[in-house]
Design a binder for this molecule. Structure first.
Ligand SMILES: Cc1cc2nc3c(=O)[nH]c(=O)nc-3n(C[C@H](O)[C@H](O)[C@H](O)COP(=O)(O)OP(=O)(O)OC[C@H]3O[C@@H](n4cnc5c(N)ncnc54)[C@H](O)[C@@H]3O)c2cc1C
Length: 370
């Protein structure tokens, strides 16, 4: 048995909740906290690519995702009026609403005995070679064999343990997103392209629902008045006359339906641990979303971390193995995602073929085991 028997996971997002389940399955005591008081009930969609589904399959959760979401295997490109330009086959993927994914993973982890505490964070931790003393915001104190920082791209734990070297940087794009009723045309990963270089993407998240996103370039991060987001997205997408998009936009009537977010990215070099604190998911590697892979990478991290802990006796050896197995793969996805993002900024029309080829090639790479 490995030295790691008790784990605190900070952050119960996709990566943290999946790690909670993967670690419970190998018999580790898991305590998972999140600063948010509730699991978000609203939220956009997420695409679980074939590698993410494979990782979910090792936890026996893939079928539940597919039942709740929508399975697709096509990559289609349309013009702004909705005429099909080309269609490629893509690896089997699943679009799903984020709250639904969170429900599936958290229910599995809690059912397996993971303890979830919400509205709690870490005030201070003392990281020692044989364990971590944690002082919580609710006044409690406890010691764990390992702390997993799954607290996202802005990770306060990373900041505390690794310093500010890996603070996220703005990638030159922001994303507008909303959920809507699925038009029949949206039966795969779909991109609608204008002749002026704008692209809107969409994929199904259920039989009757889909998710629409639009990326906007800017030198500095944009600041959007939240109350006007629904009007601003309509203005931006006026050039798109595809009936599927027009009908979808008509359903956007309230500002809170639209989620707007500047893309901040980071990649921490291996190793991802110091003593007994280890990074997982966006805290270690937050790519731009162009490969729809950040969440899938976090899920793979969780599965691999559990495998590394079962396959070695020493905590340090397990954590070294974890970074060694994960770093190059996450770097490749981070690099491909950033290249796609830059292609859209530098020459969105001239780069379209290159970008589609890079996307398909990287899908293939993702098919290789983690
Ligand atoms: C526009 C966009 C589209 C995307 N689309 C896809 C996609 O289609 N497919 C895909 O695979 N990925 C996608 N991603 C990436 C994906 O969302 C992330 O990679 C994924 O959410 C990372 O999971 P995580 O658990 O590491 O972090 P998060 O999901 O960010 O979770 C971090 C958790 O930590 C908690 N937390 C933060 N600070 C603290 C603290 N101090 N104390 C306690 N808890 C804390 C937060 O409340 C949160 O619950 C997309 C990203 C963006 C921005």
């Amino acid at each position: 048995m490995n030295e790691i028997k008790t784990v605190l996971i900070v952050g119960s997002g996709i990566g943290g909740a999946t790690a909670a389940y993967a670690l419970r399955r190998i018999g580790v005591d898991v305590h998972c906290i999140d600063i948010k008081t509730e699991t978000p009930l609203v939220g956009s969609g997420i695409c679980l690519l074939h590698n993410a589904l494979r990782a979910m399959g090792t936890l026996s959760l893939a079928e539940q995702c597919l039942d709740s979401g929508y399975r697709f295997d096509a990559f289609r490109q349309f013009d702004a009026a909705g005429h099909l330009l080309c269609s490629n086959s893509a690896p089997p993927s699943c679009g799903i609403r984020r709250p639904e994914l969170a429900r599936i993973v958290e229910t599995a982890a809690a059912g397996a005995g993971a303890i979830f505490d919400r509205g709690v964070t870490v005030d201070r931790l003392v990281n020692r070679p044989e364990g971590v003393d944690v002082y919580f915001s609710n006044g409690r104190q406890a010691t764990y064999d390992l702390v997993v920082a799954a607290d996202g791209v802005y990770s306060p734990i990373r900041q505390q343990i690794f310093g500010g070297h890996y603070n996220p940087a703005f990638a030159g794009q922001s994303v507008w997103r909303f959920n809507t009723v699925r038009p029949v045309e949206v039966d795969g990963f779909c991109l609608f392209r204008t002749q002026t270089g704008k692209t809107v993407g969409s994929f199904p998240t259920g039989q009757n629902s889909c998710y629409i996103f639009y990326s906007e370039n800017s030198k500095d991060p944009l600041r959007i008045p939240e109350s006007e987001a629904h009007l601003m997205i309509r203005e931006r997408l006026l050039e798109f006359t595809a009936p599927a998009l027009v009908a979808s936009l008509e359903q956007v009537t309230k500002p809170r339906q639209v989620i707007f977010r500047p893309l901040d990215i980071t990649l921490v070099p291996a190793p991802w641990h110091r003593e007994r604190v280890v990074l997982l998911g966006d805290a270690a590697h937050a790519p731009t979303p162009h490969m729809t892979s950040g969440g899938g990478m976090a899920i793979e991290d969780a599965v691999v971390l559990a495998e590394c802990i079962t396959s070695t006796q020493s905590a340090n050896a397990a954590l070294e193995l974890y970074s060694n197995r994960r770093f190059e793969r996450c770097k490749i996805i981070y690099g491909a995602s950033l290249q796609l993002c830059r292609n859209e900024q530098q020459d969105p029309i001239g780069n379209r073929e290159n970008s589609a080829a890079l996307l398909l090639k990287t899908y293939q790479y993702l098919g290789e085991t983690a």
